[in-house]
Write a protein that binds this ligand. Structure first.
Ligand code: SAM
Ligand code: SF4
Length: 400
């Protein structure tokens, strides 16, 4: 019998102090509210319990508390949730939590660590006040620096920083200076996202002036070289790990593993009895608290090859037929024609039953993905990591 896929847990916290003009993650601008958070955390526990049968006895390898701004939630409330799920976590389970530097101090961060959070992801975005202002962030550069120092003082040894580039008014020197500051800290991970203008956001409706293509290219070229010189390995579109310390949680999405998704706007995916099922919780915190949380629905098998590739091609390295067959329950033949075509386009190297994306293929990712689309008209290509809000680190992207 095949060993089951690894399972992870995504928890969505849907509140922020205010909405950043570039952000299309689901969140309501409501600020901190302890009584609301206690009600929400109770609903999370209840929903977690009702999802347990999908695990079939598996323990979670990783947990990700994303948002929104989970650091608005008091440490004891986060602790209550972690204690509740603890019996279902594997030994050494990675527990990541996102934090916004405008909402943290040392004591609070220490509280999260004591509550069980083992990996902190700080939404720094930039260490330049001009950039933070252009992004509508609630914190200053000094607060961003302090948040990193507080996290280190609080005892976190596994820290990710989210940094964005290609920002309005940013030149290559400014982008590099953000990376220099980030890499001066003993962090394990960096998510380096190019700003994308998303439909339905303020920036999407009123696009700011972005750096020209030559500058964007220079930012990337210098940035990638600098990160490599600091020992950061690029293992995904926008994720960089030092000393091999990757984000296990995001890797599980990209490997097409299983995950439960709880909270308003969260989605989950489970492979059971040869079928892939998905559930998307409505983007409505009140509905979530009242128990209206959506149903699992089968993903039609003709859509699976595309979904698999959308996730799996984000990670660099070899992909074997057995891995595809195990994660999808489908024979390798369902992607062979697409791979052969991608190979003719020099986008993929195909050797027998193993394949990998080429450097050219990375640039042509949308064209490659199109080869795996079914005839069904419902598909849209959006290969950002969290098109279904699995976790924040990792977009096309944003990420860990
Ligand atoms: C849910 S947020 C992170 C945590 C927290 N809410 C915060 O902002 O500090 C996830 C990350 O996605 C990135 N991000 C969000 N919108 C983006 C966009 N339009 N383009 C590029 N990166 C984006 C940011 O780096 C952000 O930190
Ligand atoms: S970027 Fe973070 S803080 Fe800003 S609106 Fe999105 S989730 Fe909230």
């Amino acid at each position: 019998m095949l060993t089951p896929l690894p399972a992870s847990l995504y928890v969505h916290y849907p509140f922020c102090v205010r909405k950043c003009p570039y952000c299309d993650f689901f969140s309501n601008p409501q600020g901190a509210c302890r009584s609301r958070d206690i009600r929400y955390a109770r609903a999370l526990c209840e929903d977690f319990d009702s999802n347990l049968p999908w695990l079939n006895g598996r323990k979670h390898q990783s947990v990700y508390l994303g948002g929104g701004t989970p650091s608005l939630c008091d440490p004891d409330v986060v602790g209550m949730l972690i204690s509740h799920i603890r019996p279902y976590l594997a030994r050494g389970c990675e527990i990541s939590m996102e934090a916004n530097p405008g909402t943290t101090d040392r004591q609070r961060l220490e509280g999260y660590r004591k509550a069980g959070v083992s990996r902190l992801s700080l939404g720094v975005q930039s260490f330049d006040d001009r950039m933070l202002k252009a992004l509508g962030r609630i914190h200053s550069a000094a607060q961003a620096q302090k948040a990193v120092e507080d996290a280190l003082d609080a005892g976190f040894s596994n820290i990710n920083l989210d940094i964005m580039h290609g920002l309005p008014g940013q030149d290559p020197q400014m982008a590099l200076s953000d990376l220099k500051q980030a890499c001066s800290y003993p962090i394990t991970h960096l998510s380096w996202y190019e700003l994308t203008l998303e439909e339905g956001t303020r920036f999407g409706d009123h696009p700011p002036m972005l750096p020209c293509d030559d500058d964007l290219q220079a930012i990337e070229d210098h940035g990638f070289a600098f990160l490599a010189s600091c020992g950061f390995e690029r293992y995904e579109v926008s994720a960089f790990a030092r000393n091999g310390i990757k984000c296990l949680h995001n890797c599980n999405y990209w490997l097409f593993g299983d995950y439960l998704g709880i909270g308003a706007g969260a989605s989950g995916k489970v492979f059971t009895g040869g079928r892939t099922l998905r559930r998307a919780c409505p983007e409505d915190p009140q509905a979530f608290v009242e128990g209206r949380r959506g149903e699992y629905q089968e993903v039609p098998s003709q859509e699976i090859p595309f979904e698999y590739m959308l996730n799996r091609l984000r990670l660099y390295g070899d992909i074997g037929a057995a891995e595809y067959e195990k994660a999808t329950g489908l024979p390798f033949e369902t992607i062979r024609a697409g791979l052969e075509e991608a190979s003719r386009m020099n986008c993929v190297e195909l050797e027998g039953r193993t394949f990998r994306l080429t450097a050219f293929g990375r640039l042509m990712l949308n064209d490659v993905l199109e080869l795996f689309l079914s005839e069904a008209p419902s598909h849209q290509i959006d290969h950002r990591e969290d098109q279904d809000r699995q976790g924040s680190e990792g977009r096309n992207g944003r990420g860990a």
